[in-house]
Write a protein that binds this ligand. Structure first.
Ligand SMILES: Cc1cc2nc3c(=O)[nH]c(=O)nc-3n(C[C@H](O)[C@H](O)[C@H](O)COP(=O)(O)OP(=O)(O)OC[C@H]3O[C@@H](n4cnc5c(N)ncnc54)[C@H](O)[C@@H]3O)c2cc1C
Length: 473
């Protein structure tokens, strides 16, 4: 590391910094280093923060060292997994970033059907490693997303109805706590911490590795099926009844999108708004065609039908190319217990006015296996809701930001009165303490009490923050 004075390092003695740099096996990056600008970039290009120090951690020992330094010097701490949080919660201004991205490595145990995953992995790393054994665990829908942040916030994706949220498949986690202690947590060890980690986001410690349960998933019958935007009212009315009644083997998230003006999309559809469902069927392959026959004929032939047998990692990476890092992102979310006629009317209105090719609205199903877990079994408490909704204004040009943000906010405001009252913390911007409280609902007070036990000084506060409960007496 180059040690020189800068607005962010002035207060720190160069000798002290040099000794931190020497103690970290992964290295230390400061504002004077040539790779500083790359190292501080996160997925959402709307976020432009300048930390004082970035500690590249290769193991739990580096994490312990970095946290001890932050405590000793009173530095704000941000913890970075995959860097995908929309609000840029993996980075901070002026403080120290515990950057876990070098902590790669997936070890699959095909007999026990588990995977031990390093905290710097993306879902592409996990899917690649498990697919060779015909196994997978529930994750999200874009494979560049970080395992750590997605898991700690809950984890919604193509396997949610079949096998639950990502946290429902977490068996154990290694954690460095705020005071520097290292613990392994599971249903048996530190069960209160294990409960809180499963949905409580990064509030309780730095997770250095995860142990996941795997399931027999290899080839799925999946992909997008789109209809003309004029059919969105009838498609949504059908979808709200059809999917909750379907077997757990079938899932599909409803979406509004604009057809990208590039191959492989048919030229006559380029730039057109469409509605559709991205399906994923995990039942016996010989029943797949019969499962989809009534869907395919429901509204006449779909405008675009790319549903068929594909390897699970191909589905997981299907949208990566449309959403490279470096776009401007602004999104807003809510949970829904039902889709009322009035809510559908608002969707039809706003879905037809997408502000850019990358923007969209998704309704992720969270019933099936995820919905059967008791609401108080994990910190994530939306087991009674049926959909997680997100509307995202996305584009390459910062000059469009006001327009993208205005569309997402207006759409969200139109739907919010019909929602269940809270949102998925992984798909929110920084929206204030009341919104975080609403998102944890009945579980919030228990989380605040556990926070007081494991992080009483709120060292981990660059996140959807749960404040430590005031200690009585
Ligand atoms: C393109 C895209 C697609 C997405 N798709 C889905 C999806 O399908 N399903 C879904 O559920 N979510 C999805 N998300 C949301 C995603 O779950 C969140 O953005 C999540 O925070 C990403 O995790 P990360 O590690 O990449 O993020 P980061 O920005 O690195 O971290 C996010 C938060 O987690 C904390 N954190 C990270 N690592 C650790 C750790 N090891 N220990 C303690 N705290 C930690 C950070 O401090 C921060 O508060 C998507 C996001 C994007 C941008």
């Amino acid at each position: 590391m180059v040690v020189a004075s800068s607005p962010h390092t002035l207060a720190l003695d160069p000798v002290v910094l040099q000794s931190l740099a020497g103690a970290l096996r992964g290295g230390l990056i400061g504002p004077e280093d040539p790779d500083y600008d790359d190292a501080r970039k996160v997925y959402n290009a709307m976020i432009d923060k300048r930390p004082a120090l970035i500690a590249r951690c290769v193991d739990a020992s580096d994490v312990i060292t970095a946290l001890a330094f932050a405590r000793e010097h009173g530095l704000l701490v941000a913890v970075r997994g995959g860097g995908h949080h929309g609000a840029g919660l993996g980075i901070c201004d002026g403080g120290l970033v515990v950057d876990l991205s070098p902590m790669k490595g997936v070890r699959v145990d095909p007999v026990a059907r588990t995977a031990r995953v390093g905290a710097g992995c993306t879902w592409a790393d996990v899917d690649h490693a498990t697919h060779a054994f015909g196994l997978a665990t529930p994750s999200g829908i874009v494979s560049t997303t970080g395992v750590a942040g997605l898991t700690l916030g809950g984890g919604l994706g193509h396997l949610t109805r079949r096998y639950g949220l990502t946290i429902d498949n977490l068996i154990e986690a290694d954690v460095v706590l705020a005071d520097g202690r290292f613990v392994t947590t599971s249903a048996e060890e530190h069960p209160d911490l294990f409960w809180a980690l499963r949905g409580g986001s990064g509030n309780f410690g730095v997770v250095t590795s995860f142990l996941f349960r795997l399931h027999p998933i290899h080839t799925v019958y999946a992909g997008p099926m789109f209809w003309d935007i004029d059919r969105s009212d009838e498609v949504l009315r059908w979808y709200r009844e059809f999917l909750p009644a379907a077997s757990d083997e079938l899932t599909g998230f409803f979406c509004f999108h604009i057809v990208p003006p590039a191959p492989p999309f048919p030229e006559e559809l380029h730039g057109k708004p469409i509605c559709g469902v991205v399906w994923c069927y995990t039942g016996p392959m010989e029943r797949a065609e019969a499962t989809f026959a009534p869907i395919r004929s429901r509204f006449g032939p779909p405008t675009l039908d790319w549903v068929g047998p594909i390897p699970h990692p191909a589905l997981q990476g299907m949208f990566d190319g449309l959403y490279p890092p470096g776009l401007q992102w602004y999104w807003k979310a809510d949970f829904f217990a039902e889709l009322s006629d009035e809510a559908i009317a608002r969707h039809v209105e706003f879905g037809a006015q997408l502000p850019s090719v990358q923007s969209g609205m998704h309704l992720y199903p969270i019933d099936g296996a995820a919905g059967r877990v008791p609401a108080d079994a994990t910190a994530w408490n939306w087991r009674g809701a049926k959909w997680a909704q997100v509307m995202a204004g996305i584009g390459p040009d910062p000059a469009d930001n006001d327009r993208l943000i205005a569309w997402a906010r207006a759409y969200w405001e139109a739907l919010h009165p019909h929602s269940a009252g809270g949102a998925y913390v992984n798909m929110m911007m920084e929206e204030g303490a009341d919104r975080v409280r609403a998102s944890y609902g009945a579980n919030y007070d228990r989380l605040a009490a556990i926070k007081a036990r494991y992080d009483p000084t709120n060292l981990f506060r660059v996140n959807q923050n749960i404040k430590p409960a005031a200690v009585a007496g």
